[in-house]
Design a protein around this ligand. Structure first.
Ligand SMILES: [Cu+2]
Length: 185
């Protein structure tokens, strides 16, 4: 009697195990399938919409600074971290740069992000943006700023010894200010 019970018990256990294994395989697949629907939708939305951009900015990650090129305006500059002895009152320590990326308000912008050496990442928390800067590949970001202000970010990919010394500062200004700035630069 005891022997029979043991056999029965193990049989049941085996069936349960197989079912568990099946569930453990099916559930992740189902989660991925559910995730495909919105993510593909968003991917196509960003790919197809906003084809016309008013201003294109090429962002190049370097060891260790960012360089910005405004193709339409013929403006280009490098953006290094501001050293401690040059900081002014109100500046963010380790987040401030010498040349800010100045951008106009309410203009359709297209950022083309790439790298000249190792992999960097152009990440700005307040924009919910993190794009990898990879040599030979252009990461595209379409954006339109609705508020003026300063947006701080940092490299978000371990790119070497001075990885933490390449912050990003975007300064969004009114179009007239931007026009003057681009003429001066
Ligand atoms: Cu980095």
């Amino acid at each position: 009697m005891f022997f029979k019970f043991e056999k029965f018990f193990f049989k049941i256990k085996k069936v349960e195990y197989q079912l568990g294994e099946l569930i453990c395989r099916l559930v992740p697949v189902l989660i991925l399938l559910i995730q495909i629907v919105p993510s593909l939708g968003i991917l196509f939305y960003y790919g197809l919409i906003n084809l016309n951009r008013d201003l294109r900015i090429k962002v190049v990650g370097n060891q260790w600074f960012w360089s910005y090129e405004y193709r339409n305006l013929g403006v280009s500059f490098d953006s290094y971290i501001k050293s401690l002895d040059l900081l002014e009152l109100g500046d963010q320590r380790t987040l401030e740069v010498d040349n800010r990326c100045v951008l106009p308000l309410n203009i359709n912008l297209r950022f083309c992000i790439t790298s000249s050496d190792v992999i960097h990442a152009w990440a700005l928390n307040s924009l919910r943006v993190k794009l990898d800067a990879i040599r030979g590949i252009l990461s595209i970001l379409n954006y339109n700023f609705r508020v003026v202000g300063l947006f701080y970010g940092q490299c978000r990919e371990i790119c070497g010894a001075n990885h933490r010394f390449i912050p990003i500062v975007l300064e969004v200004v009114l179009f007239d200010f931007f026009k003057n700035w681009s003429l001066v630069n």
